[in-house]
Design a protein. Structure first.
Length: 173
């Protein structure tokens, strides 16, 4: 029963994405705002690369904020994936290596939400050439989905080897 539902879901997504791809038309001219930037950036900044000029001047604080977010994500991943043996010796829970399991609701919610998060991240990454960002935002979204899975199943130990060696089926997906 599960296989036909999966095939149906894949076919529905294929029809949805085919409809988007068929209706896509490339613009023949720049929108007025983009044309204004193309004209003004080389004159005002002297930067031959328009994207670099915009990122370093007009969006400087935004770029600084993105770097801060990247640092916070890296720090969070480090805390979640850190070694358990790094606890203090006087910690009462250090003797018992028991990990508190999450509830069934949290585990099932993570299993349902992760594919949706992954699809949304792929959408953001693929549309990055049409809007601001793309790779950074999509990567942060997919990383938050993986963090959700790791927090929902704390007993899971991350294999730091080659990623393609072990499928996600052991996470209950």
């Amino acid at each position: 029963m599960r296989r036909p539902l999966i095939i149906l879901a894949v076919m529905l997504f294929a029809v949805l994405f085919a409809g988007i791809a068929i209706d896509y038309t490339e613009r023949q001219s720049l929108p007025p705002l983009a044309a204004n930037y193309v004209k003004r950036v080389p004159q005002e900044l002297g930067a031959p690369n328009i994207i670099t000029g915009i990122l370093l001047t007009y969006r400087g604080f935004d770029t600084l904020g993105e770097v801060a977010v990247l640092f916070m994500v890296a720090a969070g991943v480090g805390l979640v994936l850190g070694e358990r043996s790094a606890r203090r010796p006087d910690d009462v829970t250090a003797d018992s290596e028991e990990i508190m399991p999450s509830t069934e609701l949290v585990q099932n919610g993570a299993a349902v939400l992760f594919p949706l998060i992954a699809i949304f991240a792929a959408y953001i990454i693929m549309n990055g050439h049409l809007s601001a960002g793309g790779g950074f935002q999509g990567g942060a979204i997919i990383a938050s989905g993986v963090m959700l899975l790791l927090l929902a199943k704390p007993e899971y130990e991350v294999d730091h080897g080659f990623p393609g060696r072990r499928p996600l089926s052991h996470l209950g997906l």
